[in-house]
Design a protein. Structure first.
Length: 399
């Protein structure tokens, strides 16, 4: 018979033990040690178990928990420990047979129940320690979101940030201590919010309204979304390039010659499990990539200032590589030797020399060559005519 886990992660709500199901109550009653944040411990009656406060920063509590191995331990977490909670961090530290989890209703579930919002179409974000800009790609008139924030000051930061994005007319429901005796729900718009007594824990319901710019859900964001010095893959070419890169969940991109970072940022917006590293030789452009990523909710983008291929040495291996700048025989030769079979490569060329290089490599290694010739309508005297942009040659190949 398998040995019972020594560690139980219990999801606790603001109503304390009264809201716990029988299995969670039984785990608490049998515990030798109950460990959790002071706020959670304060919700419990005297259980006879040793109480241990989880320290800050959170990582400092993991060695303490390791030292309790073999005793009957309960760790308290808010609501559902595996939805922006501590559960996943603890689960990574211990073998599956050492722990079990007994979740409670999440704050998102309680908030949706108060507002009557369907969770399946409502964005849910935990922004306790993440930048508000993660909301940026989702801001659109009529969009709804439930957002966990750190404290009352963070609620005011959110309201000011929304105003700065042109969405000050958005309705905010400020929901404190949901599910417990201190529950308090208030409503205001972002541009009128003046509550000065917002207490932790707090969730904000956001019903987006205003005239701010909206980022499209499809690839090919408007060029003006990105700060750039002209070194940017233009919108139509970017959309076709993202299609060629064909991001799959969980994949890592190397964006070589990042320019403004537009390719890597849009890559990351395709799925939350994607990761990307942008490599840019010019220090001003590297700084601009970082600023664009931070402003557009792509803070998980890694930016490396340096020249490829030398700057690639210590990077995690990619699933896909985009070459938007710095294309050369030396770079392609290095990548072909460095990358493992199955890695996809997409390279864009605009000069005759780089076009010839891609033509040669396609002849030797296969893949697809695509020539993109785009023209835009421009004034021509009193009428209009077509002005052609430089043609782009794109090579797509699987190593």
């Amino acid at each position: 018979m398998a040995k019972a886990p020594w560690l139980t992660i219990v999801g606790l709500g603001e109503d304390g033990p009264d809201g716990l199901p029988p299995a969670s109550r039984a785990a608490l009653d049998a515990a030798e040690i109950v460990m959790g944040p002071p706020r959670h411990l304060a919700l419990l009656p005297d259980l006879g178990a040793e109480r241990v406060e989880w320290p800050a920063p959170f990582a400092d509590g993991l060695p303490l928990l390791h030292g309790m191995r073999g005793r009957r331990v309960v760790v308290l977490a808010s609501g559902d420990p595996f939805w922006f909670g501590a559960g996943s961090v603890i689960a990574r530290e211990f073998d599956p047979g050492e722990w079990r989890a007994l979740p409670g209703p999440s704050t998102f579930s309680l908030a949706a129940a108060r507002l009557g919002w369907p969770l399946e179409v409502t964005l849910c974000l935990g922004l306790h320690a993440a930048p508000l800009a993660r909301l940026r790609p989702h801001l659109a008139r009529g969009a709804r979101a439930l957002v966990l924030v750190r404290d009352g000051a963070a609620v005011h930061d959110l309201a000011r940030w929304l105003c700065g994005q042109g969405f000050g007319a958005s309705t905010l429901w400020v929901m404190q201590a949901l599910g417990g005796p201190r529950e308090h729900v208030r409503r205001a718009t972002a541009d009128t919010l003046d509550f000065d007594d917002i207490a932790h824990p707090v969730c904000v319901g956001l019903d987006c309204a205003g005239n701010g710019a909206t980022i499209p859900a499809a690839s090919g964001w408007p060029d003006e979304v990105f700060a750039h010095d002209g070194q940017i893959t233009k919108r139509p070419v970017r959309a076709l390039t993202l299609s060629a890169l064909a991001p799959h969940p969980g994949e890592q991109l190397w964006d070589i010659g990042g320019g403004s970072g537009s390719i890597a940022i849009e890559w990351l917006a395709c799925h939350p499990s994607l990761s990307a590293t942008s490599i840019e030789a010019d220090p001003d452009r590297a700084a601009r990539i970082r600023a664009n990523a931070d402003a557009l909710g792509a803070d998980r983008l890694r930016v490396v200032q340096g020249c490829a291929p030398d700057a690639l040495a210590d990077l995690a291996p990619p699933d896909t590589v985009f070459i938007g700048g710095g294309l050369s025989q030396a770079l392609l030769t290095d990548l072909w030797a460095r990358l493992t079979p199955g890695v996809r490569i997409v390279a864009n060329a605009v000069t005759l020399e780089s076009e010839a290089l891609l033509t040669t490599w396609q002849a030797d290694h296969g893949g697809d060559l695509l020539r993109l010739e785009l023209s835009h309508a421009q004034p021509l005297g009193g009428k209009r005519g077509w002005r052609a942009a430089y043609p782009i040659v794109q090579w797509s190949v699987t190593r």
